[in-house]
Design a protein around this ligand. Sequence first.
Ligand SMILES: Cc1cc2nc3c(=O)[nH]c(=O)nc-3n(C[C@H](O)[C@H](O)[C@H](O)COP(=O)(O)O)c2cc1C
Length: 302
Amino acid sequence: MSDKYEVAVVIDQNRCSGCGLCIKICPSDTISLKNGKAHVTGESSLSCGHCMAICPESAISINSLDRNAIDFNTFDLNKKWLPYGTTDINELAQIIASRRSCRNFKSSAVERPLIEDLVRFGKLAPSGSNCQKWTFTCLTSREQVVHLAISIGSCYKKLNKMANNVFLRYALKAFGKPDLYNYYRDYYDKVNDAVHQMENNGRDLLFHGATACIIIGSEPGASCPGEDALLATQNILLTAHAMGIGTCLIGFAVKALVRDKSIQKRLGIPEQETVYSVIALGYPDEKYQRITGRKVVIERYL
Ligand SMILES: Cc1cc2nc3c(=O)[nH]c(=O)nc-3n(C[C@H](O)[C@H](O)[C@H](O)COP(=O)(O)O)c2cc1C
C-alpha cells in the first residue's frame, strides 16, 4: 500500500458507542464493527475525515490532518457543520455572480495573513482520491509580481519571434501542428502590444497592476492534478471576493510557466511540479453597478 493511502484513523474505544455511522460513511472500508465497537481493520484510508466528522461521540481523530487547516488568521470560523439546505442561497449566489475578473488594482499591498487565509480556502477544495498534492506559491509584493511579469515578457518575446517566421508557422501547420499558426493569428499583436507597453510605459497588461499572486501547481502523483488545482483556484476566487480582494486568472502566465521551466525554477518551484493556475490578487480599484449574465451555451438534460 502506498503512503498516500496510509491509515491515520484513530478510534477512542472508551468513547465509541458502536453506532456504525463511521462504517457507513467510509468510502474505503477502513473501519468495521468488532465486539460492538468500531475498529480500524482496513489497510487503506483516504484520510478524508468523514468518519471523524460524523461521529456523535467525537471518538475519532485523523493523525494526518493539519491541525491549523481550519484556523483562519483574519476571522473565526464557526466550525459547526452546516446541514444541507440551510445556507442563505441568495447570498451564496450573489457572491458567485458578483465575482468578476479584476483588471484594475490599487497599489496597496494585500496583507500576508489574508493571502495565507486564501490559501487555506484553496486547500479546503476536494481533490481526486483526496490526494491534496497541490502546491501554492505566493508572491506577496508588487516587486515580486513585476519580476515575474518581466520573465514572462521575455518568454513571450521569444515566442513572438518564432511566430513571426511565416515559413515555420505554415510548415508546422502542414505537419499537423497548428499551435504556432493559431497563436500568431490570435495573440501575436496583443502580446507585442503588452510587451511594448510594459517596457516603454510601465503599463502592466499582464497582471493588471496586481500586488500579489498565488500560483497553484501540483506535485507528481495526483490522479487529477489539473482539476484539483482549478477547484482550489475557484475557492480562492470566490472567498477573495467575500474578503474584499479582487482576483484575475492569468492564463498567459500559466502558459509561460509551463513553456519555460526556468521561470518556474526562479520562483523556487521544483521542476517536477506542474503549474495549473496563476491568480493575480489585489485590492480592487473598480466597482460594478449590477450583476450581468452569461452567454447561451449548450445544456442537455437527459
Ligand atoms: C483559464 C482562464 C485564463 C484566463 N486568463 C486571463 C488572462 O491571461 N488575462 C486576463 O486578463 N484575464 C484572464 N482570464 C479571465 C477571463 O477573461 C474572464 O474570466 C472572463 O472574461 C469572464 O469574466 P469574469 O471573470 O469577470 O466573470 C482568464 C480566465 C480563465 C478561466
